[in-house]
Design a protein around this ligand. Structure first.
Ligand SMILES: [Mn+2]
Length: 327
């Protein structure tokens, strides 16, 4: 049994500092990382609903907008791609470093105060206040805990966004990051009116026919290395056009690779005009964030990403880096 958290917990101290910063701000900008995922958009929008409920003027700014897959989330249409005014407070969610916010960086640094809310175990420190919980499965968990700590109510809209954040970052409660607390928080969110079935349907059951065919094509071409402990494949630039699929459509391919019995590390390379966008996943013990960091990327122990040059030698170096960590 894990010990229960006490009121002396450093996370409570950080939450209280964030709550104070929110209380003394009228205008608040929320931002998140480039190429935002469901945790980024879900936690940003969830926080927006909660802060609007407290009477604040709130704007979510994301360099790359919301991403098609997250447009169903309440408030997604309010997201702007740049900030048009100064804000009293800037809150960056799910960002393991300041550079992760992309071109929102300047606007964030112009805010009267900067808060970082993040669950990356290894990250680059920034901001005036950092509320970090590496045990949290998703930032959505941390935002829910913050709302409860502030005594702020969680509306149905906020609940739906926060539930999406957790559902996405846990692969629908499949990863080892899921804790009893994750379920308790989600129970609260469902009680607030969030619809789990709607969230799952929108996040996972919306593939186009072309995306499914292209996934099949990439999986058919998979390569096994290291006596079946490493599986990888490439989604080719030309095939995206041929199958009318998008990069985001390929998210499941890496999970399919990891689901092969005996595979510890799965790698998906998405070819772009300039480089390869790399997704790394591990099953039990390889720290893929460590691999990603070798190539100037980042992420979590079991899920990470980076970009590499579009060359065979770069691919070989990436695979060798993952391979040397296999038992
Ligand atoms: Mn996250």
């Amino acid at each position: 049994m894990k010990a229960h958290r006490t009121h002396r917990d450093p996370q409570f101290a950080a939450m209280d500092q964030v709550a104070e910063a929110i209380a003394s701000a009228d205008t608040i900008m929320i931002t998140t990382h480039i190429n935002p995922d469901g945790d980024a958009i879900g936690s940003a929008l969830g926080l927006r609903h909660i802060l609007c409920g407290l009477g604040k003027t709130v704007q979510v700014v994301s360099q790359d907008g919301a991403g098609q897959r997250y447009k169903f989330l309440p408030g997604a249409q309010t997201i702007q791609t740049s900030a048009d005014r100064p804000y009293d407070l800037g809150i960056a969610v799910d960002c393991g470093g300041l550079d992760r916010v992309g071109n929102v960086r300047e606007a964030l640094l112009r805010c009267g105060k900067v808060v970082r809310v993040d669950h990356h175990a290894v990250g680059e420190s920034f901001g005036d206040i950092e509320y970090i919980d590496a045990q949290a499965a998703a930032v959505g968990e941390m935002i829910t805990a913050l709302a409860e700590r502030m005594g702020a109510s969680i509306s149905e809209e906020a609940g739906e966004c926060l539930l999406a954040s957790i559902v996405e970052d846990t692969g629908c409660f499949q990863y080892e990051s899921v804790s009893p607390k994750s379920f308790r928080i989600c129970a609260d969110l469902v009680e607030a009116g969030a619809d789990l079935h709607r969230v799952v349907r929108n996040l996972f059951w919306q593939h186009s026919e072309g995306a499914t065919r292209m996934s099949g094509h990439c999986l058919e071409a998979l390569k096994m290395e290291c006596s079946g402990r490493l599986a990888w494949t490439v989604a080719r630039d030309a095939d995206f056009a041929r199958y009318r699929a998008s990069h985001e459509d390929m998210d499941d391919v890496v999970h399919e690779l990891l689901s092969i019995a005996g595979v510890e590390v799965a790698i998906l390379l998405r070819e772009t005009q300039e480089d390869y966008r790399v997704s790394l996943r591990s099953r039990d013990y390889v720290d893929v964030a460590d691999v990603a960091r070798e190539f100037k990327g980042g992420g979590h122990r079991r899920a990470a990403g980076c970009r590499i040059t579009r060359s065979d030698s770069a691919v070989d170096a990436l695979i060798a880096s993952a391979a040397k960590r296999l038992k």
